[in-house]
Each structure stands twice: as C-alpha cells, then as structure tokens.
Design a protein. Structure first.
Length: 191
C-alpha cells in the first residue's frame, strides 16, 4: 500500500511537470516586420513594410489552440521607399493619418492545422475599421536563442486583405483591391 501511494505521488509530480503552463512572449521589434504588396496598374508590384511592433504572444506549447496574440504598430511606421508615396498614403486620399494612429490585431481563435501550422483568426483594426482576418501561420522555431540565451519563438504568416474593406479603395480596380501581406516575427520570453 505504501509503495502504491509513493508511486502515485511520483506519477502526479511527473505528469504535473510534463505539462507546461502557457508562457508570455514579447515581440522583438528589431526582428519583426510586415511586408505588403499590391498590383500597380498591371505594370508593376508595389511594396511596403511596417515595423516598430509592440505586442505579446501567450504561447501554450501543449495546447497551441489556447494561445493568443495581441499586436499593435504605429501607422506612420509604414515604409514605402519613396517619400511622396508615403505622404500620399498618409493623406486624406487614404488614411488621413494622425501622429498617434495605430494598427492592431487581437486574436480571437486558433485552429491548429499541422505539427507547426495554424490558422490564427483575429480582429484587425486599420483606418478605424475592424474586420476579422485569418492568418495562415507557421511556427518556424521555438527554443533557446543562441545569443540572448533565453527562450525565443519565430513565426511567419500570410494573409490577403481587401483595401475596400478598410475604406482605402482609391484607384481600384486599376490599383489592385487585394493586398498580399507577409508577416515574420520573433518574440522573447517575457521577464
């Protein structure tokens, strides 16, 4: 009887330690970016990028569907490669941007689709409009960062947005309504 109780206690400790609690990770702004592209009049592909993110990932390694993502970035962190294009995007023709305007994404659900893939659904707020979007996401790596010597995560994701959904449809259909979005982020375990 005593052996059974000791064995049960050891099993409880082992099982309890085998299941890790969800952990919070903070985005590494210096290694996270969003690249977007659109067709310009059928002649070329226009590109832009956002950086300067802030946000957190609550990552549940044992039950990834229970994880959450919350990200924001300043609208004016947009890079276009040409000042006049940036100025036009920030004008009343498109964003009528204020200095403190942000873009936010808050996850509402995660559907695990493979060993390291998932569809992350969430609310994207852009240009004062909130719409549900789905990100096709992949966990690139979870492990100890070789230089920072702390737990780290890396993800890539893609989605397609419609400009008209966010009241940004000027010049459509000549400039494509569809905007392809590629996301790559790193996040460090919160201290």
């Amino acid at each position: 009887m005593k052996t059974t109780i000791i064995a049960a206690a050891l099993l409880a400790v082992t099982v309890g330690s085998a299941f890790a609690a969800p952990e919070t990770y903070t985005l590494d702004s210096s290694h996270s970016q969003i690249v977007f592209s659109y067709n310009h009049l059928g002649f070329s592909t226009g590109y832009g990028m956002f950086s300067g993110f802030a946000g957190d990932i609550v990552y549940d390694a044992d039950a990834p569907a229970n994880s959450t993502v919350s990200v924001s970035m300043p609208l004016k962190s947009m890079l276009t490669g040409w000042q006049e294009r940036f100025d036009h995007f920030m004008s009343a023709d498109f964003f009528a941007a204020t200095d403190d305007e942000t873009i936010t994404f808050i996850s509402t659900g995660i559907e695990v689709t493979g060993e390291n893939t998932a569809i992350i659904t969430g609310d994207l707020t852009l240009n004062d409009v909130t719409k549900s979007v789905a990100l096709d996401a992949k966990l690139n790596q979870a492990g100890n960062h070789p230089m920072a010597n702390q737990p780290w995560l890396g993800f890539d994701a893609t989605t397609t947005l419609l400009r008209t959904d966010y009241n940004l449809g000027l010049f459509e259909p000549f400039v494509s309504n569809e905007v392809d979005v590629k996301i790559s982020i790193e996040a460090m375990k919160a201290q």
